[in-house]
Design a binder for this molecule. Structure first.
Ligand SMILES: [Zn+2]
Ligand SMILES: [Zn+2]
Length: 436
């Protein structure tokens, strides 16, 4: 946490003026807090013949506001509030949640009333830096805007009540836009669309208008233009359920720009296992493509729930851009449900999704929590698949895995969900990459 104190003196002849005091927003700020103080009532008693009189009239009234680097009003609270806070997702009422862009911001000073001797005003700024934490959310969902049964706000509340920190809304060929849901308290909503074409489905997340014109195309070239435009506008592009029986991705995905492959769509089944194998082949070929999963929620059904599966992301904050960055970089794992196990892979300073230089002494620290009795932790590299550990009771695990050759290390946790049936993945992590 860093801070800055600014003291100013306002002479009486500036009464009635507005002006700004510049300050520098540090890089990577998650939260800023601003408080200010000044002598509003002097309370100087007047000595009378039989005692004293203490006046209550305000001698100084100084108003507060905040201006962003592009000159916009973030908020203005008059003299009502002595403190305010701001982050990208939350703010003191009267201030609009805003990305804390590094650069020159301005404290708005309104010198409404100034005493004849002038007034000293002290501003205290505090900046809390971003810090990675684990956030849980579903990134493939449908509402009544396509073929789901819940409205956007019903879906958001459903996700909140299931313990989710974020939700991406991805209706078929219908973009959910930021302005429709930006300020639902307690959950980060990410705009998106599931581009739904006879030859494949893809998620475009994080931008209000990923492509121009209608969704449809009749040629691969036009489809490519949609993807390239979305990429250019900063959308996170996910190839959805690439091996689905009914809606597989039939274009040649190697021609298309994309960030993530949805290897786990809804309940674990054969088509998902084929997608996992497809992803493993991409990784073995040297591609660094992040895997994702999403419930493809339309309505509650047997084995189909919101957040089944969902993403656990190690994001720098709960702002959409930081969540999308963590997904794009693969600082994440997929788990079968919001209450599923958690996992982290660390080698030196690097974590899952990042690249560490490999040598013969390279090790990966694997930590897992939320394990259930008989859960099996499987380590997968380009060269081998090893069942490393079977839990003898519920609990957590911390182990060190020596990495014998360069490539990557990823983990799957298998669980027996229904006694008598084979175990299924409860978690699939992204790899930590180990380059020679
Ligand atoms: Zn789909
Ligand atoms: Zn879908």
């Amino acid at each position: 946490m860093t801070g800055k104190q600014i003291e100013i003196y306002i002479p009486p002849d500036r009464q009635g003026e507005y002006f700004t005091i510049p300050f520098e927003m540090p890089e990577n700020t998650a939260l800023m807090e601003l408080s200010y103080s000044y002598l509003s009532i002097s309370n100087q008693p007047t000595t009378l013949e039989f005692g004293e009189f203490i006046p209550e009239n305000r001698e100084n009234i100084i108003d507060l506001g905040l201006i962003s680097p592009d000159g916009q009003q973030v908020g203005a609270s008059g003299s009502d509030k002595q403190t305010m806070f701001l982050s990208e997702t939350r703010a003191t009422p009267g201030y609009t949640p805003t990305a804390l862009t590094p650069g020159e911001w301005g404290i708005l000073v309104g010198a409404y009333l100034v005493a004849p001797q002038g007034v000293k005003v002290t501003y205290q700024l505090t900046f809390t830096p971003k810090e990675r934490s684990l956030l849980i959310g579903d990134i493939h969902t449908h509402t009544t805007a396509s073929d789901g049964v819940l409205s956007l706000s019903q879906l958001a509340n459903h996700a909140k009540s299931h313990g989710m920190d974020f939700l991406a809304v991805t209706d078929h060929n219908q973009v959910s836009r930021t302005e429709t849901f930006r300020h639902i308290e307690g959950i980060t909503l990410i705009p998106g669309v599931e581009w739904t074409h006879y030859e494949g489905h893809a998620g475009f997340l994080g931008v209000d208008q990923p492509y121009d014109g209608p969704f449809f195309t009749n040629t691969e070239e036009e489809a490519l233009t949609k993807f390239s435009t979305a990429r250019g506008r900063g959308a996170l592009i996910i190839i959805d359920h690439p091996c689905d029986e009914a809606c597989s991705f039939q274009f040649d995905m190697h021609d298309f720009p994309f960030d993530c492959l949805e290897i786990w769509n809804g309940p674990m089944r054969e088509s998902n296992l084929r997608a996992v194998a497809l992803w493993q082949n991409l990784l073995v070929s040297g591609r660094k493509i992040a895997c994702v999963g999403g419930s493809d929620y339309h309505r509650d059904r047997l084995f189909q729930i919101l957040g089944g599966p969902c993403m656990g992301v190690y994001a720098l904050s709960n702002a959409p851009a930081d969540i999308l960055d963590a997904l794009r970089n693969g600082n994440s794992f997929i788990r079968f449900a919001p209450e599923g196990p958690s996992l982290q892979l660390i080698s030196g300073e690097k974590m899952m999704g990042e690249t560490q230089k490999w040598d013969e002494d390279t090790q990966v620290q694997i930590t897992a929590s939320g394990l259930k009795t008989n859960d099996v932790l499987r380590v997968i590299t380009p060269h081998e698949t090893t069942d490393l550990f079977q839990a003898s009771s519920d609990g957590a695990l911390a182990v060190t895995y020596p990495v014998k050759s360069p490539g990557f290390v990823r983990v799957e946790i298998y669980r027996t969900f229904i006694p008598g049936l084979p175990p299924l993945p409860a978690l699939i992590s992204n790899p930590i990459y180990l380059d020679s």
